[in-house]
Design a protein around this ligand. Structure first.
Ligand code: G6P
Length: 362
């Protein structure tokens, strides 16, 4: 049928969509560039962002995880205080709002009912809203004051991959352009850095055998798996755990390295797989300390580090990219590891049980 043609030679949409990520990065760089070759954002959106004294990001699932990374950009680059909320929680436990809030809804489909419920509520309160979505004309896009498109192309696999990285890339551009408009000095050239990200993604998607082997070594028989990271890497490991859960049904948890000793370390047994992601110089030593702690208790540890921070014994070293943009790249190995784990366990990769691509009921 038509959908088979679209999948081309790929066995699954998920693998195709993982592979499309470098291309999506380049599309986004193009789409958000003006004639002068500078990054640019629609004037109305920019004004809304820079008029806000606080940004409230509202999303679900993988989009929520992209929001966690987006907060870092908005605070570090545009210097706007930002909160990230799970939509279903926000709707009945609305936080105290600032004087001039801006609500950013992140939604691949633009149809998620939990997010829409919040949108309807804040519109009633008269607050400005911006939807970041992959689907032009979707409900959340039509109902918000502003829209930014992800340009990721249709995402068919239930487990979101290229939409996550597209969301992060667009948020990085939004923060950069907003910061520049406010007169902040930028410490890097984002167009160039996103180009480096695209190239790094390519190197990873070209190295699938390595991730298939990691999945085989660490996830063939296990019942559970843990992912640890600190700072930016903490955001990524939460997404990594969600991806693994969704498609392989392995019970997975992603948490902050520093929280290990406060509970989760009790679950470490002989052979428990623990994946550590380390891309941030300032926390590299601490997370490696965590790896040693769990290894000493029998964990089967897999460290994914970034070039420049690697140590002997690391399972994989990803190419160097700007530290702030590292989630765009460090997530790719975890997507591929989840994919192969699901494949090896005979799971329906593109259509996992009990899940829907977009959830239009609350
Ligand atoms: C569903 C999907 C997830 C997705 C979430 C939010 O639960 O299975 O993959 O992250 O909805 O979807 P959205 O379209 O709002 O990003």
């Amino acid at each position: 049928d038509a959908s088979d043609i679209e999948k081309g030679t790929y066995p699954h949409y998920m693998l195709k969509e993982i592979d499309e990520q470098p291309l999506v990065m380049r599309k986004i760089i193009q789409a958000y560039q003006n004639d002068a070759g500078e990054l640019s954002i629609d004037e109305g959106v920019l004004n809304a962002v820079n008029a806000a004294d606080r940004i409230y990001i509202v999303a679900c699932g993988t989009s929520y995880h992209a929001g966690l990374v987006g907060k870092e950009f908005l605070e570090k680059t545009a210097k706007i205080p930002t909160e990230v909320h799970v939509a279903s929680e926000f709707v009945y436990n609305t936080p105290l709002l600032s004087d001039k809030p801006l609500f950013i809804f992140i939604s691949q489909s633009g149809e998620t009912a939990d997010s829409r419920a919040v949108l309807v509520r804040v519109k009633e309160l008269g607050h400005p809203t911006l939807t970041l979505t992959n689907v032009a004309g979707s409900t959340l896009s039509r109902e918000a004051s502003h829209t930014l498109l992800l340009h990721a192309g249709p995402e068919i696999a239930v487990a979101s991959t290229k939409a996550y990285t597209a969301q992060i890339a667009v948020l990085s551009i939004l923060a950069e352009v907003a910061g520049k408009a406010k007169g902040f000095e930028m410490s890097f050239d984002l167009i160039q850095e996103l180009g480096i990200v695209a190239t790094a993604m390519e190197a990873l998607t070209d190295d699938k055998e390595a991730f298939e082997q990691i999945a085989r070594d660490f996830l063939s028989v296990t019942r559970n798996a843990f992912f640890i990271g600190r700072s930016m890497d903490y955001h990524v490991v939460q997404e990594a755990a969600l991806k693994l859960k969704e498609i392989s049904y392995i019970q997975a948890e992603g948490f902050a390295g520093g929280e290990l000793k406060h509970g989760t370390i009790a679950l470490i047994e002989d052979g428990t797989p623990v994946f550590a992601v380390t891309t941030q110089e300032n926390v590299n030593l601490s997370i490696r300390g965590n790896v040693k702690e769990v290894a000493a208790r029998g964990a089967h540890t897999c460290t994914i580090s970034m070039k420049g921070m690697e140590e002997e014994g690391d399972s994989y070293v990803i190419p160097y990219v700007h530290e702030l943009l590292s989630p765009l790249v460090s997530v790719v190995p975890t997507q591929l590891i989840a994919y192969y784990a699901a494949l090896h366990r005979d799971c329906d990769v593109d259509k996992p049980r009990n899940l829907a691509k977009s959830v239009t009921v609350e």
